[in-house]
Design a protein around this ligand. Sequence first.
Ligand SMILES: *Cc1c(COP(=O)(O)O)cnc(C)c1O
Length: 521
Amino acid sequence: MTFRQAAWDEPLIYELSEGRRGLTFNGMNRRFKEILGDVRVPEELRRSSEPQLPELSEVEVVRHFTRLSESSYGVDNGPVPLGSCTMKYNPKEALRVAFDESLQLLHPLIPDEYVQGLLEALYRLQEWLASITGMDICTLAPAAGAQGEFSGVAIIHRYHELKGQRQLKTEIIVPDSAHGTNPASAAMGGFKVVEIPTAEDGNMDYEAFRAALSERTAGLMLTNPSTLGLFEQHIFDIAKDVHSVDGLLYYDGANLNGILGRARPGDMGFDIAHLNIHKTFSSPHGGGGPGAGPVCVKDRPVKDGITLRDLLPGPIIVYDEGSKLYRVSWPGSNSAGLIRFGIGNVPQLLWAFVYIASLGPQGLREVGEVSVINTNYFIARLLRETKGYSVPYGPERPRKHEAVISAEPLLNETGISAEDVAKALLDRGFYAPTIYFPLIVKEALMVELTESETKENIDRYVDALKEIEEMARRDPDLLRRAPTNTSVGRVDTVKANHPRFVTPTYRVARLRQQGKQLILR
Ligand SMILES: *Cc1c(COP(=O)(O)O)cnc(C)c1O
């Protein structure tokens, strides 16, 4: 199958609408009046000029966005084996529930009594997530993994503050294979980041960790399985060590899908964990958001009857036996603070609710198992049939849900880099893998197939990598020009990062500069 992407040279919607008049709002105004009554906007709040909006007929708008969507690539077009991101299929039955109109019209401050169904669903999700992670209680509030991490660091800070030892506890330990958000969250929380190297076998270097551990250690942030797709084999010892200096163990749950239904962070000794709903639990990643990053904790004692539960920086949903009502319970004075407004990104959370409900415990376990089988099948074939790619760090160890391969042998032999390989994969109908991450692997190509991909697609992917390797030997210049079958060819990566070239606002500003009126009436 030859991959070809539509190549629309689509103008901005502002340019399309020049000199045109779109729809009128009479019908809609009537509908608003029916819903809201006769609303009068106070004089001082009314705008003085017309909004600068594009105006097109409905069908032209639909065509414009359809053309844009044809020039785009997503998990509905083909495989997106983007390591670390867990780009799995987004089941449409979950979409139906998450985007139900009755939800979209809800006000964030609606009284609990009016949304009992919604609160019950969120309550159950909260319980399921606690049981899946082996933790005691979760708040659904954080909007992403990174915000979950920051919440976790805030909990670590508050824990030591309440125990009167925050002055002493200044350091958070993070292995060098971690996602960049880990050290960033720790630093934003006011901690010094102590980085631990990765050992040859892919585990965190246990001796280096022991040497770094001290009474200054406030906590350790660990991703298990790691970004290398490897299970941390010293986890029980590490947990004991961190607790021996009264530190807290934080679980970065972005890779939970690799052990889903098989192992639980709570049983490994973790105190705090975030989950990425938009990774493990299949809700879509949309242009950087919105996501959901629930944070779960163990009921670990802090002092005077206070436990980590009281430190959660977001509300929890509770069931009140007396009134037989589900209620939103807001954090009290011992909390680490409020991470954001509201109970969480509700559509994303409902998505996870439907996903978990439809799979059940057995299905969830299969999600983890199939993602692991897919990864290991992929590596086995790749290593057997190619020479240009290697698997650094414990190559003999089975991977979990993802694998980091290195194109260094290919680069040394042919001059073709991981970036060239990634671009060439685009031409063959695959979204590129994550490249040059984690930083500890040279010429890294990070591949995560998830449970969504079929054996045929994995075989096609390996075949594509093989073909690219052969072409690198035969005609490397052809590869340096890739991609050529996509809507957009190879961009100058330096220029592409200049704001002048990335923001459409620039093009609007340019039109304005040229004296063109955007909206003509
Ligand atoms: C994605 C990811 C994060 C950050 O999560 P976001 O939801 O993107 O903020 C943190 N750690 C790891 C290992 C990740 O893969």
